[in-house]
Design a binder for this molecule. Sequence first.
Ligand SMILES: Nc1ncnc2c1ncn2[C@@H]1O[C@H](COP(=O)(O)OP(=O)(O)OP(=O)(O)O)[C@@H](O)[C@H]1O
Length: 250
Amino acid sequence: MAETSPEYAIEVNDVSMIFNIASEQLNNLKEYFIKLMRHELFFKEFRALDHVDFKVSPGEVVGLVGTNGSGKSTMLKCIAGVLEPSEGSVRVRGSIAPLIELGAGFDVDLTALENIYLNGALLGYSKGFIDAHLQDIIDFAELQDFMDMPLKNYSSGMVARIAFSIATVTEPDVLIVDETLSVGDVFFQEKCERRIREFIESGKVTVLFVSHSLEQVERICQRAIWIEKGVQRMDGPVVEVCQAYRAQFG
Ligand SMILES: Nc1ncnc2c1ncn2[C@@H]1O[C@H](COP(=O)(O)OP(=O)(O)OP(=O)(O)O)[C@@H](O)[C@H]1O
């Protein structure tokens, strides 16, 4: 077991994530079961993360960069506790607002209002807390007139608005932001970025941020970690890391 230290908000200790993927393509479920019964189904191991190791201090704002399929979302999911690493360990201190897969905890048959209570409960808020902050949540999402509509009739951007609004109604200790914000329109994206900035400026919130926009990473983060094909390539000041990343792929 790796040593942990209370001075860090996030500790990623030598994390590897191994997925088992089918070694050949199967066209349907029947083919899958026949192969399974005949013991002809083989899997190969795929390392989505390979010995990734970094620590984040409280109040630090860190960007994760890397090309498609490099393991950034997998890393965030391990930190958020959605996935358990195959090897190594992750430790987060304090409350965490994971803005990943926005709306994953929603029930599309329920109304937006019901989903606010449902999702709030999943985030650990009490009913009294949600009652007290309901208007703030609705106002930030700017969806007052759509509260009684079932979520299945919402657009993906509207779902993202509600989900972001609930998750950030209170200042978390650790904020994890995936690219999911990109489904919102440009005005809402700017509004989200402003709220994230307010958290950052408070100096108390630790932020881990994934974006394909290097400009956005440079604008928001102080430090960046570059993960490429599951391997940690670089960890350092944001300008240096983005420069090296651009030099390789730009
Ligand atoms: N549940 C899973 N089972 C098998 N493979 C998976 C699973 N989840 C992710 N992967 C694989 O792990 C790799 C890393 O995926 P991940 O989504 O973390 O990349 P990413 O860096 O976030 O990519 P992008 O920039 O495209 O969002 C990919 O090759 C992906 O196919």
